[in-house]
Design a protein around this ligand. Structure first.
Ligand SMILES: Nc1nc2c(c(=O)[nH]1)N[C@@H](CN(C=O)c1ccc(C(=O)N[C@@H](CCC(=O)O)C(=O)O)cc1)CN2
Ligand SMILES: NCC(=O)N[C@@H]1O[C@H](COP(=O)([O-])[O-])[C@@H](O)[C@H]1O
Length: 404
């Protein structure tokens, strides 16, 4: 049995390998791998040279093979007429009454599903410092329990007693929202760690850019291109974050199946999934395994301009063509359909009379980076409360009686 382990020279000048691994929160592992699992993505632009080394490893213990998550159906949304959420319906005991609305609030997410996801991993792994830093790569269902992430600098009183949440971010393109979330996690604004980047576009920058913005933008400055667009997977590789390719497709044959993805997320002990410009539908098995635990950011004021066909510049073109005077991003929980999950947060920006789709996209994107980080910070601090009619609210960090 053998896997490819790519060793890269990640350490910065004068930095020890271990310090480097702690800085980028990268596991230093070599582990058994099951045959035929998706290969990891080779880092492309890592600072040092990547050396490709084939190693033979013992076959994985049988326990590692294809353990399947037992997803539980999500609790039914409480009926608007319900006096209170049904017991055990995924809501914790009432948290408080909100004077302004007279409604009652409950907590989430569903502790039962969360407990199931946290079932101890049966993966054993051999962890030893690599001679020259480690690029990454976990093979999906044999991923070793990660290196305990270093506590991000900037941790403050908010983080005392709050367990750092483990985040998987899904991207298809440039990844500016992913980078904003990752930077917020490293700075301590978000009490969590990005432990995986999932993408359907692991590295084909042209296709990814075309995909997201729907047209070629050849001939403009490459730096702008990288900054503005296809870099989600690149940023992950640069920062030692494992990249998982999902789904499998002709353009990404190394991708994994939905079952393998569920397994990988459970092995990674992921608490929350954050979609950030991901263009594929999240399968219902994943939605059921992560009730009230998957967020998405959409670049319009949902429910307007959402659903199948509404992504990237297509959204902004439709907004401008409609004559709408305002637009803005929506952060919402994800259900099995495109953009129909419960809205959690929105920001508003003006649509100017001579706006081009690109100009509006830029204005909206600036707000996305802020509102998504705020929503993810609230999610990681358990500050999301669910009104009895099923509307999620964000409890203020400073005033527990204030909600948005
Ligand atoms: N189960 C869910 N999956 C996803 C959701 C969701 O709300 N529920 N959100 C999308 C993100 N998104 C809008 O925010 C979105 C992405 C893509 C599309 C779309 O029409 N896609 C095309 C295929 C595009 C491609 O593969 O290049 C399509 O399905 O025909 C609409 C909305 C992420 N997943
Ligand atoms: N319907 C989904 C959709 O259109 N998502 C949008 O894709 C862009 C991704 O940018 P990023 O890769 O720079 O974060 C963002 O504007 C996001 O709202």
């Amino acid at each position: 049995m053998s896997i490819l382990v790519y060793l890269c020279n990640i350490p910065q000048s004068g930095e020890s390998t271990l310090a480097c691994l702690q800085r980028v929160q990268i596991p230093s592992v070599s582990f058994p791998a099951a045959a035929g699992t998706a290969a990891c993505q080779r880092p492309r632009a890592a600072p040092g040279r990547c050396q490709r080394r084939r190693r033979s490893l013992p076959a994985p213990p049988p326990a590692v093979a294809r353990a399947r998550p037992s997803a539980t159906a999500p609790p039914p949304w409480p009926s608007p007429n319900a006096r209170s959420a049904p017991a055990g319906a995924g809501n914790l005991p009432m948290e408080a009454a909100v004077a302004s609305t007279g409604s009652r609030l409950c907590c989430s997410p569903n502790p039962v599903a969360k407990q199931q996801r946290r079932r101890s991993s049966r993966v054993s792994f051999v962890s030893r410092p690599q001679p020259r830093g480690v690029c990454c790569k976990c093979l999906p269902h044999s991923y070793a329990r990660g290196y305990a992430p270093a506590v991000a600098k900037g941790g403050d009183a908010r983080s005392v007693g709050v367990e750092r949440k483990r985040l998987a971010v899904f991207v298809s393109g440039g990844g500016s929202n992913f980078r904003a979330i990752h930077e917020a996690a490293l700075s301590g604004v978000v009490i969590g760690d990005v432990v995986a980047l999932v993408t359907d576009k692991p590295g084909d920058r042209d296709a990814c850019f075309l995909q997201l913005f729907g047209f070629p933008r050849w001939g403009f400055d490459v730096v702008e291109w990288i900054d503005a667009g296809c870099g989600g997977a690149e940023h992950a590789r640069h920062n030692g974050i494992p990249v998982v390719v999902f789904p499998k497709s002709k353009s990404s044959p190394e991708g994994i199946s939905a079952d393998e993805l569920l397994n990988a997320l459970r092995e990674l002990r992921v608490d929350f999934i954050l979609l950030a410009g991901y263009l594929k539908r999240i399968p219902i098995e994943l939605v059921q395994m992560y009730p009230k635990s998957i967020l998405n950011i959409h670049p319009s004021l949902l429910p307007a301009f959402g659903g199948k066909g509404y992504y990237g510049l297509k959204v902004h073109k439709a907004v401008i063509a409609s004559g709408a005077r305002y637009s803005g991003p929506t952060v919402h929980f994800v259900d099995e359909h495109y953009d129909t999950g419960r809205t959690l947060a929105q920001r508003v920006v003006p649509v100017l009379p001579n706006d081009t789709p690109e100009q509006l996209a830029t204005r909206v994107l600036q707000e996305e980076h802020q509102v998504y980080v705020e929503a993810v910070a609230a999610l990681c601090e358990d500050r999301i409360v669910w009104r009895e009619d099923g509307v999620p609210l964000i409890k203020s960090q400073t005033n527990p009686n204030e909600y948005t």
